[in-house]
Design a protein around this ligand. Structure first.
Ligand SMILES: [Zn+2]
Length: 267
């Protein structure tokens, strides 16, 4: 079990204001903002699932980064945009507008503190469009270099050990998330309630709804009345550990790339 503040030597809010003002290498330092969600995850997983996974992946990634990389982490922003799950109790969502403002205002604060690089590390699919859209506005308004790192959609899509159906439809509370929680917080998983809930009826639609050129707007209850998209019955802790380690290795590699990235067209 990992919390971002456990990594005390990289947790920015453990410094004083003066220490932050006087940090060396602010040009190169990467400020990481982790963001996740508080939202229903079926009958078997806690609503804090994405927030737990975000911190686990990021914590393991930080463990892999040598000290010479100046990478500082902000507190986790647990709340995200989760209106697809709003019909289910326990979902605590921000509107798109509020989330946009929160991200822009944190970006402005990071810039005001003298930093130049911000990386938003996101563990919830529903935040993706907002983040991708808002990072250009942050760039425009603050001149920060802003990066979006989506743990699921583009980084940790583990193909090893996942069925083909799970790779397409297993986007929520299925094999991946259940396996990860079984590894890192087994006491929070109600194993006996874990469903097999691949949305088979969607297979009549030629374009899988979560990828490809044609998509549609969905609410969770349109697809999965039990709140689960994926097969949680095949989850196990060993797979979960592998998923976490894969995601952490990829995340560490991307953070390294952000730390050395140059925007200099002459270079
Ligand atoms: Zn999730």
């Amino acid at each position: 079990m990992s919390h971002v503040e456990d990594h005390a030597s990289r947790f920015l809010p453990y410094l004083t204001s003066k220490q932050i003002a006087e940090l060396p290498d602010k040009d190169r330092a990467v400020i990481v903002l982790p963001i996740a969600a508080v939202e229903q995850h079926g009958p078997h997983l806690p609503v804090y699932t994405d927030s737990i996974i975000c911190q686990e992946v990021l914590g393991r990634a930080l463990d892999q980064l040598p000290e010479e990389f100046s990478i500082w982490v902000l507190p986790l922003l647990s709340y995200g945009k989760s209106n697809e799950h709003i019909a289910f109790a326990g979902t605590m969502t921000l509107t798109a507008e509020t989330l946009m403002h929160v991200l822009k205002e944190i970006g402005a604060s990071v810039a005001r503190s003298g930093f130049r690089r911000l990386a938003i590390v996101n563990a919830h699919g529903g935040n993706t469009e907002i983040i991708d859209f808002v990072i250009r506005d942050i760039r425009e308004q603050t001149k920060l270099f802003v990066f979006a790192l989506h743990l699921y959609l583009r980084v940790a899509t583990p193909s090893t050990g996942l069925s083909e159906a799970e790779q397409i439809y297993g986007i929520h509370a299925g094999d991946v998330e259940t396996s990860i929680l079984l590894h890192c917080r087994p006491e929070l998983v109600n194993r006996e309630l874990a469903p097999n809930s691949i949305p088979k009826h969607l297979q009549t639609f030629k374009h899988p709804p979560f990828m490809g050129p044609l998509t549609f707007a969905w609410l969770t209850e349109d697809i999965a009345p039990n709140g689960v998209m994926g097969d949680a019955t095949v989850a196990d802790a060993a797979k979960g550990e592998r998923f976490l380690d894969d995601a952490a290795t990829q995340t560490a590699d991307l953070l390294r790339q952000i730390a050395v990235f140059r925007f200099d067209p002459e270079a």
